[in-house]
Design a protein around this ligand. Structure first.
Ligand code: NAP
Length: 250
């Protein structure tokens, strides 16, 4: 298959790391972007140890200058990027009456501004190549979730953003799709359990009772969906939101 150049943001750990490893196993060279370059080493080493090509870059996806220089570095060191997975994310959960301005702004900046800045920078290479794949991480929280007014709004926003990219970029051979995971075991869900004061095992067990397939999700469940959306054969699938949640979501 053709080697493509992929960028995965927030790929030092969790879902992003699994997506980066999977896209590399699929035959792509991968730029692993996260806040701290040092934190990307584990993912980069896993890819290179398996015979793949990867570089790690430290960049805050909500910072326009950092995004421009990160994408330029990918083009220089790996080649023009034509696959982008906007995965970087944070939580600042709180009930509406306790949610601060900063809680709201930070979540919007990382998820929405981050996906916007990265997509705008990468589409230049995709349009030039007349081929591209963009995958945005949404969430089942887009449907509404107590304590997540900021995150739910951002993740619903990711869906509208995805559909608009699909409409604008389709004529250049670029598809855009969103994955909306349900409960996935990562540091993010571990931090949620900690915040509400429940041991992680108990938190997982209680959540699993609500999931039809009777298990929690793992990062590789999301990587498998991302692999499909980024594949050659997914070229007629665009503007879709795939809920990967172990059952129906409404
Ligand atoms: P995670 O384990 O917390 O990993 C997120 C990664 O993003 C971390 O490495 C983090 O870096 C990085 N990051 C945060 N802000 C960044 C920024 N401004 N620029 C660059 N990188 C940044 O989260 P996850 O559970 O793997 O989630 C990945 C994505 O899936 C997120 O968009 C999340 O909202 C979404 N999602 C997750 C679940 C779930 O159940 N886990 C469900 C639905 C959707 P630091 O470590 O330095 O902070």
């Amino acid at each position: 298959m053709t080697e493509r150049i992929a960028i995965v943001t927030g790929a030092a750990r969790g879902i992003g790391a699994a997506v980066a490893r999977r896209l590399a196993a699929d035959g792509n060279a991968v730029a692993v972007i996260d806040l701290q370059e040092a934190a990307t080493a584990e993912t980069v080493d896993a890819i290179t140890a398996a015979g793949g090509r990867a570089i790690g870059i430290g960049a805050d996806v909500s910072d326009s200058a950092a995004v421009a220089s990160a994408v330029a570095r990918v083009a220089d060191e790996l080649g023009a990027p034509t696959i982008l997975v906007n995965n970087a994310g944070i939580l600042r959960d709180n009930l509406l009456f306790k949610m601060t301005d900063d809680d709201w702004d930070l979540v919007m900046q990382v998820h929405l501004r981050g996906a916007f800045l990265m997509s705008r920078a990468v589409q230049a290479h995709q349009v030039e190549a007349k081929w591209g794949r963009i995958v945005n991480l949404s969430s089942t929280s887009a449907l509404g979730n107590r304590g997540q007014a900021n995150y739910a709004a951002a993740k619903a926003g990711m869906q509208g953003f995805t559909k608009t990219l699909a409409i604008e970029l389709g004529r250049y051979g670029v598809t855009a799709n969103a994955i909306a995971p349900g409960f996935i075991q990562t540091d993010m869900t571990r931090a949620t359990a900690e915040r509400i004061g429940v041991p992680f095992d108990e938190f997982v067990a209680a959540t699993v009772q609500q999931i039809p397939v009777q298990r929690a999700g793992v990062p590789d469940d999301i990587a498998a969906a991302a692999s499909y959306f980024c594949s050659e054969e997914a070229g007629f699938c665009s503007g879709q939101v795939l809920y990967v949640a172990g059952g129906p979501t409404s």
